[in-house]
Unconditional design. Sequence first.
Lengths: 299, 327, 341
Amino acid sequence: MARTSLRKTYGKALSRTKENLIEAFHALVEDKLAMSGLIILIAFVLMGLIGPFFIPPPTPSPNIYAPPSLQHPFGTDFQGEDIFAKIVYGTISMLIIAFVTGIFITIIAVLLGSIAGYFGGYVDNVIMGLADILLAIPQLPLFLILAVLVKFLNIISLALLISALSWPTAARAFRSQFLSLKERDFVEASRLLGFNSLEIIVYDLIPNILPYILINVVLNAVYAIYIVTSLAYLGIIPFESNNWGIMLYQAWAFGTIYNKRTFMYIMAPIGAIVFLQLGLLLFSRALEVIFNPRVRTGE
Amino acid sequence: MSNSELILSIRNLTVKYRSRRGYVNALRNINLDIYRNEAIGIVGESGSGKTTLALAIIRQLPNNARIVSGSIIFYNDGNKVDLLTMNYNEFRHYLWEKIAFVPQGAMNSLNPVLKIRDHFIETVKAHNPDASKEEIVRKAREVLKITLLDPDRVLNSYPHQLSGGMKQRVMISLALILNPAVIIMDEPTSSLDVVSQKIILQNLKDIMRMFNVTMIIITHDMGVVAEVANRVVVMYAGKIMEVGDVESIFYNPLHPYTQGLLKAVPKLRGETELYSIPGEPPDLVNPPSGCSFHPRCPFAMDMCTINEPSLKEVNKGHLVACFKYET
Amino acid sequence: MSAKIRSILKSYAFLRLIRAIVIIIVVISISFFIVRLMPGNPVDLYIVYLETTYSMPYQQAKAMATAIFGVNLNEPLYKQYIEYMINVFRGNLGRSMFMNGMPVIKIIAQYLPWTVFTVGTGLLISFIFGILIGMAIAYRRGGILDSIITILSSVLNSVPNYIIAMLLIIIFGDYLGVVPFSMLRGAYSSNVIPGWNIPFIMSVIQHAIFPIFTYVITTIGGWILLMRGSTISVLGEDYITVARARGLPESKIMTTYVVRNAILPIFTNFTIAVAFIFSGSVLVEDIFVYPGIGLRLLQAINQRDYPVMQGIFLIITIAVITANYLADVLYGLLDPRIRVK
């Protein structure tokens, strides 16, 4: 018995919505919150991708701590660099680390969650025991100590480390989804047809929770931004000079809030972080509206 | 039936639910008299409005429901009261003291964090704050024995420690604790195994024999009706189609829908193939014009699509809403 | 009968205790092996540091490292591990590499109470109010208040805690100028005498109020959303309809039916919340300059004071596990399905 190709299976899982794409689009337009999430996210992506073509890169100048003006919308920092340009140039790396980490966390969580939920028993106990231990360890102190012992060389190694330690919450959720899915008739049917566990997981189970996986990527990206900006603020990420967390640290450390002229110095990174977080959160709602008809009708 | 003293009299009851698609006509102009100490079975497919009728009597309709019109008169020791217009705080004392309700699938009817004992105690205390716990527990033991449960074991158990059938019997016992005049049972046997169903039906018959109680049994199962009811109400699409005593309904069903329902009951002898009524259940947002059953009715006439038949008495105590019997 | 139930209850609490202890042992082991086995591990680095900076002979440097880290470097690794484990359970976490070799446990005893006080109070306030608000809006779901609070909760849930802390200082300290934050550094003012006197207690509260407020704001949204969802699903349960049909007063239904059942699924999130709030204390204490364990950890990290880092990390983790254990036991008391099989 031949299986349809992987591409077909997954194309189908997503095209269930392609058929009523128009309906989903209407629902999205009607849901103001979801729509604004989409718009905020697109705005950040555009800012990160094409901003650097229009805005000159931040360079040190003697004009330090300048107040906001036409030339410098948010003023300049302690080195005379344009704050707005720093925000723009920091966007793409923030988006990359957010989504790369979000995807890594989700991949690990789906893998471990599906293995634990599908096989149960001994394997389940080991994976969930590991999850319990990781959940009990406060993440920031752990990262701080690890950062002293291991040098974080680049974004990807940092993303990998964060994912290796942050998967348990999502894995728990996936595990319970797999637990209920594996009892369903179509899984039983595949088993009787002689497909092995890997085939069942890949062909039957994962396509069923694909929308949920996508939403999870976005929510994990929100978490990644929190961790990365925190670590940058605490001075653990030295390789990113335009990182918003580092800007925040500098503005805070140089006491700029006590000077009305440099008020925007600190408010710019705060605003960027808060808006991106909010945009992602609302974007996850937009994904729910698109993929989950139940949210759409509000039942 | 010799005794024909009224206990509940439902007049012109119309209930609608608000939904995204529009108003669902759950009950349409229901008129029904229920007599003291009878066991009345209300049958119909799911969506026919039978549970809505029960919830309307005990005033526990969900928030999106609206009673458009009608009254439910309760005859209480010679006094007539309208349950629907009564102040809710006053009505609270009618609940369980006068009218008890055992919902469908009683698996989920008990608070999972309370012992069965506490369910009895809090129920009695809500109506009689001075009752002593010993007295309540003594009474609880009596009613538990009626449903053939072991009081020592059950009283100290939490709901999750009991089987589905046992929980259903606990609910029936709990319904008896205040000696109500009316007990409404919503699908008392559905989702139970055959043995539990048998016990429950035996319990209901015992209760009818031992207590002065009116029982309203809501079910889709004609078999249950045949076992315990002495009068039957057939509902379809939020309307009453036929009312009659159990013999008339089973041996001389008048409404085509009732005839279809009876053919759908598996018989011990006779034809092996089960009959099912052709067509689909009606859309209650836009009910069919005229008689709601006409799209599925084998005898439908032109007038059935235009006019709505009203409930008329054909034989003594046997009412039907069908133009076939109007001449 | 009741003795039997009590013994089962005991065994549930006992099983959870075993689990907590196992997790603690695993965490201590991780902490030991990270420090001892990593390439360029702190013990070796310290020996090299003593040798180069103070021209200390190797044997002496090794003896000094042994004293500081609380491990005997002349023993084989597994013996060191066992010794370390015994030391930790005795409360011996080594000595600081600075401060004249002050025992780590003494440093922790000085800083930990402030963190437990602020984090614990914050967690409690946010939990209680989150539960109450979540339940209240679940009762009025679909209303304007419900939508406003639901949106606000998701927003608060997504704003990082250090940003809330900064915004509090920016708004109250700088923009409105009503709170002199530079005076609120430390756990209490220098002009009060620690003890059970009113000026001291007032000062402690004044200094703690903004950190606590930050913890509350950043976690309350999560509790509200969880409790709202949980209450809505409980309100749809049959046993609520039946309780009303039984003529129980609404107040009784709310307390023994809605609250008790809606709160149960929320306990599973306690673990994540406790770890999160302790984690955030590093940032929040840094911003408010509040002398808790998080601030001390940052200081130790900046000084590369490994024994202190290791000790504080262990203590924070043990505090989280302990808090979770207490939540587990409480959960067992509230839910008979867990307690009685």
